[in-house]
Design a protein around this ligand. Structure first.
Ligand SMILES: NC(=O)c1ccc[n+]([C@@H]2O[C@H](COP(=O)([O-])OP(=O)(O)OC[C@H]3O[C@@H](n4cnc5c(N)ncnc54)[C@H](OP(=O)(O)O)[C@@H]3O)[C@@H](O)[C@H]2O)c1
Length: 239
């Protein structure tokens, strides 16, 4: 039996989850990543030099979640790195179906994956939710996203209290250059990122590694629980 910490990253085949898998592997963790698209998982597997276990799973399917956790067995840390793009737009125009879909794709599966993982997690392990800066800042056009991510930040301290001594934390990223933004054509993405960089006190958008470092900190620091860290280069200050 290996004495390595075993970390499971739901949504680990891209962006923030993939960067977290890379960092945790360098820190000596055993890593399992999940995602829905098998091709994306294959590419991630190659990026991770075949050092991680990759499992296909839809986090929004409660039965698949439970059978995947049964397959994984005991582990130490859970990172919920998947989300949704749905729910962006001005308050008066945003489609309510999109706002509901944002909750269905992110809030409910985060809630359910976290509780389904509990019986597999070691007592001195942790759960890390990924929310978003939209939960903390008045960024116009983000009310739907902010409502969903705010629901996640509200869960964090309650889960932390109920599940103690398991530690439960969150990270709220600002704008991070990941495939999450691939809905924008390249020609549009560059000016959008430039605009966010200009508004952000550190003068740039984030890299997935910026968030991975924060996740690794929350996993590693055994005195941290019940917090959501906003890691956004200061974007919330500009709202
Ligand atoms: N990028 C940003 O600017 C930004 C800002 C604030 C917050 N966030 C949050 O950060 C988190 C990670 O985003 P990211 O930028 O890393 O996005 P990303 O590059 O699109 O990665 C998302 C990952 O989640 C997986 N995934 C999505 N839905 C899933 C589901 N139902 N079941 C299992 N896996 C699923 C994706 O793989 P498959 O699609 O193959 O399943 C992929 O591995 C999200 O919660 C996002 O809302 C991102």
């Amino acid at each position: 039996m290996s004495s390595k910490m075993h970390s499971v990253i739901i949504g680990g085949s891209s962006g923030i989850g993939l960067a977290t898998a890379q960092l945790l592997l360098t820190q000596g963790h055993r890593v399992t990543i999940t995602g829905r698209d098998p091709e994306r998982l294959r590419q991630a597997q190659a990026t991770l030099q075949h050092q991680a276990t990759c499992l296909e799973m839809d986090a929004a399917d409660p039965r698949a979640v439970r059978s995947t956790f049964e397959k994984i067995g005991a582990f130490d840390h859970l990172v919920l790195a998947f989300g949704s793009r749905k729910g962006a737009g001005p308050v008066t125009d945003v489609d309510l179906n999109d706002v509901q879909q944002g909750f269905a794709e992110k809030v409910f599966p985060h809630f359910d994956c976290a509780r389904a993982a509990v019986k597999h997690l070691s007592g001195n392990g942790s759960i890390t939710f990924i929310a978003a800066v939209s939960a903390h800042a008045a960024l116009p056009g983000s009310a739907g996203l902010g409502a969903a991510n705010g629901a996640i930040t509200a869960m964090v301290p309650i889960f932390a209290r109920e599940l103690q001594p398991l530690r439960v934390n969150g990270v709220s990223p600002g704008v991070i250059d990941t495939p999450w933004w691939d809905f924008l054509p390249e020609a549009q993405k560059a000016p959008v990122f430039a605009d966010f960089a200009a508004k952000t006190p550190v003068g740039r958008v984030g890299r997935p590694e910026d968030i991975a470092e924060t996740i690794a900190f929350l996993i590693g620091n055994r005195f941290m629980t019940g917090h959501t860290i906003v890691c956004d280069g200061g974007l919330h200050l500009a709202a």
